[in-house]
Design a protein around this ligand. Structure first.
Ligand code: GUN
Length: 285
């Protein structure tokens, strides 16, 4: 079997076109231009690329964006003060604090300071709590992107055995909450570094989502023939090429469908950030 390739880039582009339409309608109807404030601390090269891509996507969708680039040794109080200033700015509908933050900063306290109504990244504890309670407001962008990617490529999550590798708040744990929502209805197992017999758990899954942060960790022998494999990881290899958490070439020979890296989940994360920002501004795709 050769897996069909789930084209996240094309699906994300279709969503971005819908969002651009929604932003144009909002502006025509009310004069409001959706605006995203991005906060970038320090000089993590990957974070610089991510934020640049997010801002370019805003621009292409007819949204405003502002970059607040702060020194790597910024004090916690100064960063929190910046977030509070953005909370109070009526032109800012969404606030994105790019993670990870330098080690001396308390990232949780910074996220706590974001107005939950402007938390378009979906990482504020109010928004995660609402999701856990089955009353979602803003979903974290990557889990939302995984769900939407599945929805738009014909994956039926309902009742399916889904194995998620990784338990981070930003992906694994919140994806489990998304997939457990009524109406999505997956049967979810989360595997993490202390889980026993992960290959055995993965082999029972009809859908595998890899978000453990280890290059090419998931191999073909761990995948039930015909299963759907969604790869959230992204790593730069010493030769400069990119790969995911899944050994793509061999897994593509046994899976029924697979997301590539790059061009799978990554573009969806950005599309969901735009969608949430448009919504925060009062628009709809
Ligand atoms: N770093 C890696 N992914 C993300 C994300 O989705 N949001 C933020 N804020 N930081 C990240």
């Amino acid at each position: 079997m050769t897996a069909s390739i789930i084209d996240g880039k094309a699906i994300a582009q279709a969503i971005r076109d819908e969002i651009a339409g929604g932003a144009a309608r909002l502006k025509a109807a009310s004069g409001v231009v959706p605006g995203l404030a991005a906060v970038l601390v320090g000089d993590n090269p990957a974070s610089h690329v991510y934020v640049r891509n997010k801002r370019q996507a805003c621009d292409k969708a007819g949204m405003a964006s502002w970059l607040h680039q702060m020194p790597g040794d910024i004090a916690q109080a100064e960063l929190v003060a910046l977030v509070r200033k953005l909370n109070a700015d009526p032109l800012v509908h969404g606030i994105l604090v790019q993670l990870p933050l330098p080690g001396h900063l308390d990232a949780a306290a910074v996220l706590d300071a974001i107005d939950p109504a402007k938390d378009v990244d979906g990482l504020h504890p109010d928004n995660l709590g609402l999701l856990a309670d089955g009353r979602p407001r803003y979903l974290p962008c990557t889990p939302q992107g995984v769900w939407e990617l599945g929805r738009r490529s014909g994956i039926d999550w309902s009742g399916k055995r889904v194995a998620i590798l990784g338990r981070s708040s930003i992906v694994g744990k919140s994806l489990a909450l998304v997939l457990l929502q009524k109406g999505v209805d997956a049967t979810v197992t989360i595997c993490h570094s202390k889980s026993k017999n992960i290959p055995g758990i993965l082999r029972q899954a009809e859908i595998v989502v890899a978000a453990l942060g280890q290059p090419r960790w998931v191999t073909a022998d761990m995948i039930h023939p015909g299963a759907v494999v969604i790869d959230v990881g992204i790593h730069r290899l010493p030769d400069g090429s990119l790969c995911g958490d899944v050994a793509y070439d061999e897994v593509a020979k046994v899976a029924g469908a697979i997301t590539p890296v790059p061009g799978g989940v990554g573009p969806m994360t950005i599309a969901m950030l735009l969608a949430n920002t448009l919504r925060s501004a009062g628009g709809a795709p």
